[in-house]
Design a protein around this ligand. Structure first.
Ligand code: IPD
Ligand code: CA
Ligand code: CA
Length: 259
């Protein structure tokens, strides 16, 4: 497995931020039973993880730009490279003591996504991929599932946050879809949903109301695992539109038809 220096940098950064999230998650489990609840503490954990990623990546690659969920856009002297980061994807799970969340880091070069890492610090599962080099997970090379009947497929999705106003329409679509698929899961982390498609754990994934930071790393993973990704109109504008469909060729095509 060839691994570029950039991938080593990304892995080191997510592992360091992961150690901080792991410590904070232990604390959340205690705060869960306190009256105040873990809300503020979680937003601090989120910011802390993002700071670590920002510092580590800036030090290793001075000049690269950033698009981060919390800090937003930071222009770099090098306009050809940009990190796209969600320091904690699956905040609601984290807040409730559910060990299903991840750090997501992608690298974009001249507008093309070239590398992605998704790391769950609790299960210690690391998923990574580089353009043209394949996708890898805890037990080696990743391939999307071969299952090609939508009626037997397990599809993951998620509900847009209530405040977005996008929930009712999406709910209708998902309920309609549930009649055509084997089953539906909503795990609560878009990044891990995409990693699971790449790993063949679920057959497909579709969602709306997302940020570029939710999707960027997972897109590289699914593509490198032999899957297809697109926005809901079968274009490649996922990061701008904030919506996505992913799966093997058949599942991807069938899901698009249902939208
Ligand atoms: C959220 C998760 C969730 C998805 C939401 C995202 P956050 O990210 O990825 O699965 O349904 O739309 O905003 O807020 O936990 O980083
Ligand atoms: Ca997110
Ligand atoms: Ca987040």
């Amino acid at each position: 497995m060839a691994q570029s220096p950039a991938m080593n940098v990304m892995r080191a950064a997510v592992e360091k931020a992961g150690r901080a999230l792991r410590r904070d998650f232990g604390e959340v489990e205690n705060l869960q039973v306190s009256k105040k609840g873990p809300g503020d503490f979680v937003s601090q954990a989120d910011l802390k993880a993002e700071k670590i990623l920002f510092e580590e990546l800036s030090e290793a690659r001075p000049g690269y730009g950033f698009l981060m969920e919390e800090r937003g856009v930071i222009e770099g002297a090098d306009a050809t490279h940009r990190w796209i980061i969600d320091p904690l994807d699956g905040t609601t799970n984290f807040l409730h003591g559910i060990p299903h969340f991840a750090i997501s880091v992608a690298l974009e070069r001249e507008g093309t996504l070239v590398a992605g890492v998704i790391y769950n610090p609790i299960t210690d599962e690391l998923f990574f991929a580089e353009r043209g080099q394949g996708a890898y997970g805890p037990s080696g090379r990743l391939r999307v599932a071969a299952r090609d009947r939508l009626s037997e497929a397990i599809i993951s999705s998620g509900m847009p946050y209530k405040e977005s106003g996008k929930r009712p329409e999406w709910q209708d679509k998902i309920i309609a879809l549930s009649n055509d698929v084997g089953d539906i899961r909503t795990f609560g982390s878009a990044a891990l949903d995409l990693a699971f498609v790449a790993a063949g754990r679920v057959d497909g994934y579709l969602e709306t109301g997302l940020g570029a930071w939710d999707l960027a790393a997972g897109i590289v993973l699914v593509r490198e695992a032999g899957g297809l990704v697109s926005d809901h109109t079968n274009r490649q504008r996922m990061l701008d539109e904030g919506n996505i469909v992913a799966g093997n060729e058949t599942v991807h095509g069938d899901l698009l038809k249902k939208l």
